[in-house]
Design a protein around this ligand. Structure first.
Ligand SMILES: [Zn+2]
Length: 121
């Protein structure tokens, strides 16, 4: 078994430990944040799996991060799931931008007044 631990930045100041464990040819990733201890996917895991060095608590761990990145190249399922999540998040951002524009138009219309169409019958 081999274990690599990276410390991820947290909003509370104290870092979270993200553990990358290889055992019997299988990779597992754990984080000790509130979501992570329940086995949920947290941003610390996704950011470090995605190779975002800016999320490291201590930049001197970037050599360990390179090892993690090299490990990720050997797990195609992780890469394909990460790509699908990124694609869906991109779609959501695009739809959110549409909603924002529509709400702006709608708000302006309600503020300026909407012409009433009289029933001619
Ligand atoms: Zn976490």
């Amino acid at each position: 078994m081999s274990k690599l631990t990276l410390r991820a930045k947290s909003s509370e100041g104290e870092p979270y430990n993200v553990d990358f464990i290889v055992d019997n040819g299988r990779l597992s990733v754990y984080c000790n944040c509130k979501a992570g201890i329940f086995g949920q996917l947290c941003k610390h895991k996704t950011e470090l799996i995605g190779g975002d060095e800016s999320r490291l608590f201590d930049l001197s761990e970037n050599d360990k991060m390179a090892q993690v990145t090299a490990m990720m190249a050997k797990v195609p399922e992780v890469q394909s799931l990460a790509a699908r999540i990124a694609q869906s998040e991109k779609l959501i951002r695009r739809e959110q931008a549409k909603i924002k524009t529509l709400k702006k138009q709608f708000g302006a219309l309600l503020h300026e007044g909407i012409p009433i169409v009289e029933n001619t019958q």
